[in-house]
Write a protein that binds this ligand. Structure first.
Ligand SMILES: NC(=O)C1=CN([C@@H]2O[C@H](COP(=O)(O)OP(=O)(O)OC[C@H]3O[C@@H](n4cnc5c(N)ncnc54)[C@H](O)[C@@H]3O)[C@@H](O)[C@H]2O)C=CC1
Ligand SMILES: C[N+](C)(C)CCCC(=O)O
Length: 517
């Protein structure tokens, strides 16, 4: 058993201590600081249901324990956010912009340290974690730019009277995140929320509780009022206390469809607006006139980032029959070459999955696929790296499945792991029908050199985020979100500003009041 940090001995205030000081090597990090953040400082929650362990996916090692916050702690976080909201919402957009720009600058400065922590807690490669952190500071910069542009309308009425509209903040918003992009999801939610003048309480996934507290420290250092961005740790029960709190104005959730349904039900009781970023089973359609190399690279990007644990992945790869063989051969060749292993090494391109149960679940999908008649063309089994310290990590070889049919479980359900299913098709009409035959609608992609077909196909796809001749790139300027059961509301782009603000109309009389009575 590893030595556990004693929670009671931890200092109440230890902001700005560099996190990954001990070393940025796998198997060395120990959790030593509290992970709740309230009123500008790391704190131990005042109450909690129980403690849970935090694992390092690369080694299977326990890095420490933390307490799941209870109702009292949630209420204290809401009260502190309410107080900060009073100050922050009165600032001009330009004042908020300057603070967000400073936060973006600090993230850039601490990029390596944050990316390292993300890799240690999530298991993704350091190469990818750096990209995630870059997208995160870009998100803050983008919304800093929009903060000063928030404005209303002026509307003339008869007799010199007029009206104007004000775009106002909502109040205390709750963000609840998944474990696949811990820091980035927190930025995608907090940047537009804070730009619009809101306060936010963020609850990360209990599997990845660490990096978001660094974001909280950075916001404080950048100059947000204490309490404007608080972090509460926990699982479903803590999330419920947040969603049900009467002083919470909005909930923005990233996670699975079943939890999304519960969030919406809870929010309905308080008529709270929600943004839901849920799962997917997105189609990637490859026509025979595509540039093969680009299509193959697109399919790899659509399936294997973050060990395949990406909601918008294009996991149903429809390939036009004429090029099925050539495409399959190339995609398998490239998949077999993916370097798996210690996620903190520079040349690793696939690290460890998030947890042992999740790895088992993903492998279970592959077993089931074989039983249902799919052929494993490569990978699909656990991978044990040579390095002895990694032998209990949650690794697997990325998998390509051939001979797939639309009715197989691996083609219908979200696997959330490195598993690509290849499905042949003949005509555009047929593939569109099959591509849309799902309850999900997060993303979709098409590879073709026929410009008209490309636009016709994306227009017909029932999905919120579509790619032509690429996949899974994520500039923050682009609105992102789902159709159908993949959710609603949008993150990123100008669109997100509407989901974190409300419109007030002010009607102004310039003459005398003519009463009808
Ligand atoms: N559309 C998107 O942007 C993304 C969607 N996802 C989806 O998330 C799933 C994987 O993430 P998980 O963390 O396993 O999902 P999850 O739905 O189990 O948990 C997500 C978050 O909700 C919290 N939670 C769980 N039950 C709750 C409840 N009753 N009330 C309030 N909060 C609750 C969890 O603690 C966690 O923070 C996949 O299905 C994936 O598709 C993941 C990343 C991005
Ligand atoms: C960054 N990107 C586009 C690869 C994935 C973002 C959505 C998610 O959180 O899964």
């Amino acid at each position: 058993m590893l030595p556990q940090p004693s929670l009671s001995l931890l200092p109440r205030f230890c902001a700005f201590l560099p996190f990954a000081t001990m070393s940025s090597k796998t198997s060395t990090f120990l959790l030593q600081q509290p992970l709740n953040y309230r009123a500008g400082a790391r704190i131990q929650p005042v109450d909690g249901s129980h403690s849970e362990e935090v694992y390092e996916p690369a080694t299977g090692r326990v890095m420490g324990k933390f307490l799941f916050s209870g109702e009292k702690e949630v209420d204290l976080a809401v009260q502190s956010a309410k107080a900060a909201f009073k100050i922050w919402s009165q600032k001009s957009g330009m004042e908020r912009s300057r603070v967000l720009l400073e936060a973006a600058r600090i993230i850039r400065e601490r990029r390596e340290e944050i990316a390292t922590m993300e890799t240690i807690n999530n298991g993704k490669s350091i190469f990818e974690a750096r990209v995630d952190i870059d997208i995160s500071w870009q998100c803050l910069e983008y919304y800093a730019g929009l903060a000063g542009a928030i404005a209303g309308q002026h509307i003339q009425l008869p007799g010199g009277s007029f009206a104007y509209t004000r775009r106002e903040a909502l109040g205390v918003c709750v963000g609840i995140g998944a474990w696949n992009y811990p820091f980035q999801i927190a930025c995608w939610k907090s940047a537009p929320a804070l730009a619009c003048g809101n306060a936010m309480i963020y609850k990360p996934s209990p599997l990845t509780p660490i990096s978001v507290v660094m974001l909280a420290e950075i916001f404080t250092q950048a100059g947000v009022p204490n309490g404007l961005f608080n972090v509460v740790q926990g699982g479903a029960a803590t999330g419920q206390f947040l969603c049900q709190h009467r002083d919470v104005a909005k909930v923005s959730f990233t996670g699975s469809v079943p939890t999304g349904i519960k969030i919406m039900e809870m929010s309905a009781k308080g008529i709270k607006p929600v943004t839901l970023e849920l799962g997917g089973k997105s189609p990637l359609i490859i026509f025979s006139d595509s540039i093969l190399e680009n299509a193959v690279n697109g399919a790899l990007m659509a399936n294997f980032l973050t060990q395949g644990e990406v909601c918008c992945n294009g996991t149903r790869v429809f390939v036009q029959r004429e090029i099925l063989e050539a495409f399959t051969e190339e995609v398998v060749k490239h998949t077999q070459k993916i370097k798996i292993g210690d996620p903190l090494l520079e040349d690793t391109r696939m690290g460890a999955l998030i947890s042992h149960p999740h790895l088992e679940r993903v492998l279970g999908f592959i077993t089931q696929a074989k039983e249902q008649g799919a052929k494993v063309l490569c990978g699909g089994e656990p991978y044990v790296p040579d390095d002895p310290k990694l032998k209990n990590g949650y690794y697997m070889r990325p998998c390509v499945l051939g001979d797939c049919r639309d009715d197989m479980t691996c083609v219908k359900e979200e696997i959330f792991g490195p598993v690509m299913s290849i499905l042949p098709f003949d005509t555009e009409e047929e593939v569109l029908e099959r591509a849309n035959n799902t309850t999900f609608g997060l993303a979709g992609g098409v590879f073709t050199r026929d410009i008209q077909r490309a636009h016709r196909v994306v227009a017909a796809l029932q999905a919120g985020m579509c790619f032509i001749n690429n996949y899974n790139i994520s500039p923050v300027e682009l609105p992102f979100g789902g159709y159908k059961m993949s959710g609603f509301g949008r993150e990123n782009g100008q669109a997100a500003m509407e989901y974190y603000s409300q419109l007030k109309t002010v009607c102004v009389e310039m003459g005398d009041v003519e009463s009808v009575f």
